[in-house]
Design a protein around this ligand. Structure first.
Ligand SMILES: NC(=O)C1=CN([C@@H]2O[C@H](COP(=O)(O)OP(=O)(O)OC[C@H]3O[C@@H](n4cnc5c(N)ncnc54)[C@H](O)[C@@H]3O)[C@@H](O)[C@H]2O)C=CC1
Ligand SMILES: Nc1nc(O)c(N)c(N[C@@H]2O[C@H](COP(=O)(O)O)[C@@H](O)[C@H]2O)n1
Length: 221
């Protein structure tokens, strides 16, 4: 399995404002880059915080890219994966429509009622007691044939994936905005590291729109 984390952050490292509203940090060229990355992936992964904040669709927007996937005997869109301990994903969320297969990764803490509300719209994967055990959940996704994973956020999930040692590559668009705010989500939130900080090897720096795309490989820990 290969896991790429991709996100757009402001020049001061924020993914969105303190109101957790989605902000256009990147421009058209970056959305096209993200669309190509989605098209190259078997699945696009987000945390439930992102679903609740943005109601994203997580599909490939360019018809030509969807057509190329079909020509290669792949579904038009990659699968979608939501990491959602207690099953808070709203049943009418855009990510649960029939444009692609959606997996919801739950923990044992998800109630029977929440599972029933999601079961006819998504494949349910259970791993972990209170929170989703990401190592186990990703192993199950791999058993389903999902090898190339693209993680789009948010900051809580991205931190946990680094903590679990599951990230192979980090691609960040750094955009020309200051968002500020101590409570605004950053690229990696969660508890934060105090030692054994994951190290990154810089692979490329590319100017795009009025920002820059940084591509890093995660060094072995
Ligand atoms: N600029 C960008 O590229 C992006 C920005 N965003 C922004 O990020 C914000 C949402 O991010 P967050 O609130 O951090 O939520 P998140 O999307 O990272 O989801 C976190 C939630 O996932 C669940 N979860 C279950 N097991 C977990 C585990 N082992 N580790 C971590 N989480 C686990 C928990 O319910 C947790 O609250 C929104 O404001 C959204 O707009 C989100 C994606 C991309
Ligand atoms: N690449 C990028 N640039 C930004 O400026 C953004 N705010 C985001 N956000 C991500 O895009 C998702 C929306 O996906 P759909 O268009 O609904 O398919 C959103 O949830 C964030 O993951 N990305």
């Amino acid at each position: 399995m290969h896991v790429v984390v991709n996100a757009a952050m402001s020049a001061d490292g924020k993914l969105s404002s303190r109101r957790r509203e989605q902000i256009a940090i990147s421009g058209e060229a970056d959305f096209e880059r993200v669309d190509r990355l989605r098209a190259d992936s078997d699945a696009v992964v987000v945390g439930v915080g992102t679903v609740l904040a943005d109601d994203p669709h997580l599909t490939v927007k360019d018809e030509t890219l969807r057509g190329q996937r079909r020509e290669n005997d792949r579904p038009a869109n990659p699968a979608r994966v939501i990491v959602d301990s207690s099953g808070r994903t709203p049943p009418d969320a855009a990510v649960l429509d029939d444009a692609a297969t959606t997996y919801v990764c739950l923990s044992e803490a998800a109630s029977v009622e929440r599972r029933a509300a999601l079961a006819d719209r998504a494949e349910l994967v259970t791993a972990g007691d209170e929170r989703v055990d990401l190592l186990r959940a990703f192993a199950t996704l791999q058993e389903q044939g999902l090898e190339q994973l693209m993680v789009e956020g948010g900051g809580e999930l991205i931190f946990s994936l680094f903590e679990a040692g599951l990230v192979d590559e980090l691609r960040v668009f750094v955009g020309p905005k200051i968002i500020g705010g101590r409570d605004a989500p950053t690229l990696a939130d969660g508890e934060g590291f105090v030692a054994d900080f994951p190290s990154l090897d810089l692979e490329s720096v590319d100017r795009l729109d009025d920002g820059v795309v940084l591509t890093w490989r995660v060094a072995d820990r």
